[in-house]
Every structure is written in C-alpha cells, then in structure tokens.
Design a protein around this ligand. Structure first.
Ligand SMILES: O=C(O)[C@H]1NCC[C@@H]1O
Length: 309
C-alpha cells in the first residue's frame, strides 16, 4: 500500500476502489455517504492514520470525521491513557497531521476541537465564467482541501431557505468552472492540488457573534450535512486574509442543510510555502448512531453497489 498516508490514499484509489463503492454506495450507503478508514501512519507522533471516502473517491481532509474519530479513538482505546479535561489524539490525515483534543471526564468523552494543517487563501476575487450564470467572482481557499467560496445571493439563493437541489446545481456549476479555468497548486504535494468543492455562504464574512451559515457541495455533487470542518478552516483563513477576523476571534458556522454548528478561529500565523497561512482551530460534537456489520453475498447482482443520481 505504500508507507505514507498520501500514498495509501493513492493505492486505495487505484487498487481498492471496489471496496469504497461497496460501502459508500447503495444499498449499504447512499449518494451522500461519507466514510473514514483507519490506517497505520508513518509519523511517530500520530496515534492513527485515516483515509476519507465519499461518493466519488478519497478526500484529503475531513473535519467532521476528525471530530468523530477523536471521540472514537479515546472510547476504543486507540490512544494511550486518556487524560482529563482533554485527551490529545494525533490523527494523520492525507493533508498532514491534525491534532484533536477530546473532552474527557469521569470516563466519558465529549466535545472535540482540532488544530488543522496550515490554511491559506489561494486566490481572491477571481472571475470565472459559470455555465448558466455568466461571470461570477469567487474566492479560493485551502483548509486541508481546496474550496471555492461564493455568496449564494449571487445566484438568487439562500443557504438556509433555498431548495437543496438548486444550491447543489449552482455550486456544481461553479466547481466545474473553477476546475477548468483555474490551476491550483499546493506547496507540499501535487496530490493536494485539486478543487474538492464549492461552499455557498450567506455572505456574512465580517466578524460577528452571530452564526454564519454555509453549505458545502463536494466530490460528485455530494452535500455535506455538517458545517464542513475543512471548509470552516478554509473560510476562517480567507476571512483572516481579508482582515475580517482577527487571531483568536471565535465565529460560529452553521450548516445551511441541517443547522448543525461548529466554531472556528485562527490561532496562529504561519506559512505554507510562499503563502501566508494560519493554523485554525475548529470545534464541534459528534455522536454515536450505531454499529454496522456489512456483508456481500456472491449471488447478489448488486453486491458491488450502485448510485441513483
Ligand atoms: O467536515 C469536513 O471537512 C468534510 N465534510 C464533508 C466534506 C469535508 O471533507
């Protein structure tokens, strides 16, 4: 499989993709299913490595999965002695080492915060031609994965009120335009240099104690149910880059799809290659919903999984 997490991601994509389809697609998963696969990490300081899976392939970062995995790692004893009030869990994601801190008290795990890899605004006020919408000005930012950001109002939409289908169509058209018209690059690895999705926002980027809502459409028009941990990381980096948020100012980010919330703040200025970057802390909660055991029967014609679009 290769000995670094990024090469494991490449190997899974090239040789094990049938397993992702079995788990993420119907009848075991669904169009918007998301999965995390725990792997060994080559980093001595990592407690675990992880590959992220979605409807089309493998992402490089997933904040909502890191929040869930932080709790999971403590509860299932993947880390040495848990400590109160917080236990640190170092999770080696394809984008790099992410440090999660899991509330722990009287044997119970709680909320999780994590410090992600250096995040940076890649390009601001970029004009692209979007099919069906004409020229649209967008920002592009990196938070472990690259996202395009644009105010939903540009399309006459509202991230909390509009039909999900309309938001998905607009975001997907933007993603398609940016992918074909903007060349991305990442100072650490070419494997990180791709556009993962588009995040439509409510346009409230100036610091405010009020929550700001966004909806993330990623991979193959997949809709995130969370406020998007890597998206919050990228959005905070963008807001900080534009001088709209200062270090240690905490903002609340809400999913336009479900109303679930994360908080995010930039905690440190740093660099990523030539980019001025920030370390962003994202916090949220994850809950167990059950334990599943999947099987495949040889006679099952649909055993390999299928997707309805
Ligand atoms: O929270 C996140 O970062 C992820 N949620 C789905 C899309 C992203 O990978």
């Amino acid at each position: 499989m290769g000995d670094c997490v990024l090469s494991k991601r490449r190997y899974a994509r090239e040789h094990l993709d049938h397993l992702r389809r079995v788990l993420m697609h119907e009848p075991r998963g669904h169009y918007d299913m998301y999965g995390a696969l725990i792997v060994d990490s080559e980093m001595p300081e990592a407690d675990l490595g992880v590959l992220f899976m979605h409807n089309e392939g493998y992402s490089t970062m997933c904040g909502h999965a890191v929040i869930a995995l932080g709790r999971f790692a403590v509860d299932y004893k993947l880390v040495r002695e848990p400590r109160s009030p917080e236990t640190q869990v170092n999770i080696h994601c394809p984008c790099g080492l992410v440090k999660a801190f899991v509330e722990y008290s009287a044997g119970k795990t709680g909320a999780v915060r994590f410090l992600s890899v250096p995040a940076f605004a890649f390009a601001t006020d970029v004009t692209v031609t979007v099919e069906g919408f004409g020229e649209v000005t967008v920002d592009i930012s990196y938070g472990g994965a690259f996202y395009t950001f644009v105010d939903a109002q540009r399309f006459g939409l509202d991230v909390k009120q509009s039909k999900t289908r309309d938001l998905v169509d607009a975001a997907t058209a933007v993603t398609k335009a940016v992918k074909s018209q903007v060349k991305l690059h990442h100072p650490v690895s070419d494997d990180l240099a791709f556009l993962y999705g588009t995040i439509l926002t409510d346009g409230s980027d100036e610091f405010s104690p009020e929550p700001t809502a966004n909806i993330c459409v990623f991979a193959e028009a997949q809709v995130d149910r969370s406020p998007t941990g890597s998206g919050v990381t990228a959005r905070v980096a963008l807001q900080h880059h534009k001088g709209l948020i200062q270090l240690n100012q905490t903002r609340t980010f809400q999913s336009g799809a479900t109303g679930s919330q994360f908080t995010g703040k930039a905690v440190e200025e740093t660099r990523c290659g030539d980019f001025r970057a920030v370390v962003v802390e994202v916090a949220g909660r994850a809950f167990y919903t059950g334990v599943s055991r999947f099987v495949q029967e040889p006679e099952d014609q649909q055993a390999h999984g299928f997707l309805l679009k």
